[in-house]
Design a protein around this ligand. Structure first.
Ligand code: ATP
Length: 330
């Protein structure tokens, strides 16, 4: 990070207002960043009639990167346009276990590369009659190729052997046919090994033997579902970060939602958001700071304090403070 980066901060709703400040404390300790604080979500919709005020869209469109918390009912009206605004074509979702955290499948260590602009999340739904509703599933060669190019780059730069592409081209022959053919072609052109799996069978294999997977490339909805499944394998949603990556900008957010059931109690696990902040640092080129943050989170997960979702009694703030304490002196 050569010059001071600008980062838009969007806490959103619910526990977003707890986990984002926690992550900012950590970022403040390792990097010199200029923040633009803006709002989005249910609460701002209730006050101002729109969940995504113009200044928020503008701030996210112009910032080098965005740290996003979570939004509630208005999520689709917020995060989808924001992902569009930064041309974010892939959602990177790593899921791994940590020493000290109980996990259903302790050997899980994988990353999901999810197509981020189309599929069934392209927003093309209609209610035709009282009885009939429809949804159009959009798949383009260009978006599939862009995802595949990113996957090939990712595999090469992170020393992976190849990737597994998840799809359902035996049923969605035209749309997933195009998706898989394009991914296969790009990987072949780049000399990257590709395995294939039907996404439903993959769910079973993932639950039983996650060590069989390393990098998973998949359509939008499949990535959403498979990453929540992966969260269940590694100890819960409080642990999974994500990056919405565009060619020049990115939005970094925990995989979890705004958790209304625990919002306001100050007990949300901030790890997913702090790890998202580490991904943000890496995106901005601050690799050493990103590594320091990850190491401090790992040490805190191993030795505590831990929030109630991980069996502890600590508050969000106490966990953030413990992570900051474990950072090397700057
Ligand atoms: P969305 O559809 O917006 O992704 P969701 O329906 O998946 O949201 P979440 O808000 O992610 O729901 O919450 C699911 C469950 O996980 C809730 O019981 C919530 O309390 C718990 N949870 C989510 N995030 C955290 C966190 N950071 N710390 C502790 N518990 C969490």
């Amino acid at each position: 990070m050569n010059e001071t980066a600008t980062v838009a901060v969007v806490p959103g709703d619910g526990i977003g207002h707890e986990v984002v400040p926690a992550a900012l404390e950590v970022l403040d300790a390792v990097a010199d960043i200029e923040y633009v604080h803006v709002e989005a979500g249910d609460a701002v919709a209730a006050q101002r009639g729109t969940p995504l005020p113009e200044e928020t869209l503008e701030a996210v469109s112009e910032a080098d990167a965005t740290l996003f918390g979570a939004t509630g009912e208005t999520s689709a009206d917020v995060i989808l346009p924001l992902r569009d605004a930064v041309d974010s074509f892939v959602n990177v979702r790593p899921a791994r276990t940590y020493p000290g955290v109980d996990a259903v499948q302790p050997e899980t260590d994988l990353v999901i590369l999810r197509e981020n602009t189309e599929g069934v999340y392209a927003g093309m739904e209609d209610r035709l009659t009282e009885d009939v509703s429809t949804l159009t599933r959009l798949v383009t060669r260009s978006a599939s190729r862009r995802l595949a190019e990113f996957a090939c780059d990712y595999v090469e730069s992170n020393d992976h052997d190849g990737f597994t592409v998840a799809h359902k081209n035996n049923v969605m022959r035209v749309t997933d046919g195009l998706f898989v053919d394009t991914v296969r072609e790009e990987a072949a052109a780049r000399g990257v090994d590709v395995d294939e799996a039907y996404m439903d069978a993959m769910a079973t294999h993932l639950a039983m033997d996650p060590a069989g997977y390393d990098v998973i490339v998949c359509p939008n909805l499949a990535g959403d579902v498979l990453s929540d499944l992966a969260a269940g394998l590694v100890g819960g949603l409080g642990l999974l970060p994500s990056a919405n990556v565009g060619s020049e900008r990115g939005i970094f957010e925990p995989v979890h939602g705004c958790a209304p059931d625990i919002a306001g109690e100050g007990i949300a696990n901030p790890s997913a958001t702090i790890l998202s902040a580490a991904m943000l640092l890496e995106f901005l080129g601050a690799d050493d700071a990103a590594r320091d943050v990850r190491t401090a989170v790992e040490a805190t997960l191993a030795d505590g304090p831990r929030t109630p979702d991980l069996g502890g009694t600590a508050t969000t703030d106490a966990v953030a403070a413990a992570v900051v304490d474990r950072l090397p002196d700057q």
